[in-house]
Design a protein around this ligand. Structure first.
Ligand code: MN
Length: 241
């Protein structure tokens, strides 16, 4: 009887530990990079929600592999690439602004690290609309919100191979839509499109293949259901300040 109780307690203890580990991974309180302005190049941040939070639009298995394997690998490889160099004491903006001098390992893995943190934070289980300010700016630049969605969606769908589509603010504070190949982003000196990113979608096959297979357009359509417009609107306000 006594042995049975110990077994029972040990079992509960293990469950408690497993629960604690699981909670840690998805607990927003443990997210180190709460804002992209305070991006810490030395921290692999927690996902701001659970793996299944974006179901059914983005499935839990895809989220787990994407975050815990792909994203983590970019972070680890980036950390290894900057180790012992002056880049260790730089901000991510400083690194990206001269990434052509830093080499492909920093460009690809630094981009892969940053872009995914940015992407996770512009997704949320409940999607409201953009702020009044951002809505007005989208209408002014693109004619209507639907027209913006169409242009951004086309940018995502037509990016050949792997890459990202972006809504960003240009140097003259205007909104623009475009895409980048591989793990490049609009903050990089090597990028054909340049500015302050507001919203992104990952169109690498690893982001959607398990659920959508080759149907990238269906994944892009589903993406709109889980856009964190509150975060995107905040980014907009900061970018045009
Ligand atoms: Mn990805």
């Amino acid at each position: 009887m006594e042995k049975k109780n110990i077994m029972k307690k040990t079992g509960l203890g293990i469950i408690a530990i497993l629960f604690a580990v699981k909670s840690f991974a998805g607990d927003p309180k443990n997210l180190k990079n709460t804002t992209m302005e305070k991006f810490d190049i030395h921290v692999f941040p927690a996902l701001p929600y659970g793996y299944d939070a974006l179901e059914p639009y983005i499935d839990a298995r895809t989220m787990e592999i994407h975050y815990d394997r792909h994203h983590r690998a970019y972070f680890n490889n980036f950390t290894a690439a900057i180790k012992g160099t002056s880049l260790e004491n730089s901000t991510i903006d400083q690194i990206f602004s001269k990434v052509s001098e830093a080499g492909d390992a920093v460009r690809n893995n630094g981009g892969g690290f940053y872009n995914h943190v940015f992407f996770w934070n512009n997704l949320a289980p409940k999607s409201a609309g953009p702020s009044a300010e951002l809505t007005a700016a989208l209408v002014k630049e693109f004619g209507s919100f639907d027209k913006f969605r169409e242009l951004f969606g086309n940018s995502a769908k037509t990016r050949f191979g792997s890459g990202w589509a972006w809504l960003y603010v240009t140097a003259d504070k205007r909104l623009a839509v475009g895409s980048t190949p591989n793990q490049d982003n609009p903050l990089m000196d090597v990028s054909a499109i340049k500015g302050t990113p507001l919203l992104t979608i990952d169109v690498w096959e690893h982001a959607y293949y398990l659920k959508y297979q080759n149907k990238r357009a269906d994944y892009v359509e589903a993406f709109w259901k889980v856009v964190n417009w509150e975060e995107v609107s905040k980014r907009y306000n900061a970018a045009v300040k």
